[in-house]
Design a protein around this ligand. Structure first.
Ligand code: PNS
Length: 163
């Protein structure tokens, strides 16, 4: 596979995502992590922060880079000549929606999605749970890259403790 894209919100990136990027980097010559610009959804980290955290988390992977996209993923793929999407699948609960998106993207553009099964040690992990646990002071340091763990503590300190 020449080039592939791993799209997502990554608010924030977790070790489960990094596992998928690492394995994708073995499958494709060039992998782009494409971060969705979503102007309607409130995120914990700004787009620039999410990109910086991703950059730090994949700095050791020479053929992986980070970009942002707004609108349809398939339009970004067309503009960049990328014909393959790679996504992680954690459990059967992911499957329905992921399959629907994959089929829609295929219909719109002919672009195929390849699923990597998440490594079992990360199958419970999601950005939303990391945010929730971190917000209440739980230890997520084994679940996210070190830079993310640090920024989570800082962000929740800035926001003040939840009531
Ligand atoms: O991390 P997420 O939130 O599960 O990522 C979802 C994402 C960004 C991959 C998906 O929502 C997406 O591709 N959005 C862009 C809009 C689009 O192309 N929609 C049609 C896909 S069916």
């Amino acid at each position: 596979m020449r080039s592939a894209v791993c799209p997502g919100s990554f608010d924030p990136v977790t070790n489960g995502h990094v596992d998928v990027f690492t394995r994708a980097s073995d499958m494709a010559d060039e992998v782009t992590i494409a971060v969705l610009v979503n102007r309607t959804k409130q995120s914990l980290f700004t787009l620039d922060e999410r990109v910086d955290l991703l950059d730090a988390s994949v700095a050791h992977l020479a053929n992986v880079k980070v970009d942002v996209f707004e609108g349809l993923l398939v339009d970004w793929c067309r503009a960049h000549g990328v014909k393959h999407v790679i996504k992680g699948l954690r459990a059967v609960s992911d499957f329905d929606y992921e399959l629907q998106m994959a089929q829609m993207n295929q219909r719109l553009s002919g672009i195929d999605t390849f699923f990597i099964s998440t490594s079992p040690q990360y199958s419970f992990l999601s950005s939303s749970l990391v945010r929730e646990v971190g917000r209440f002071g739980g230890d997520v340091s084994t679940m996210v890259p070190a830079s993310v763990a640090t920024r989570l503590v800082e962000r929740f300190a800035e926001q003040g403790s939840p009531s």
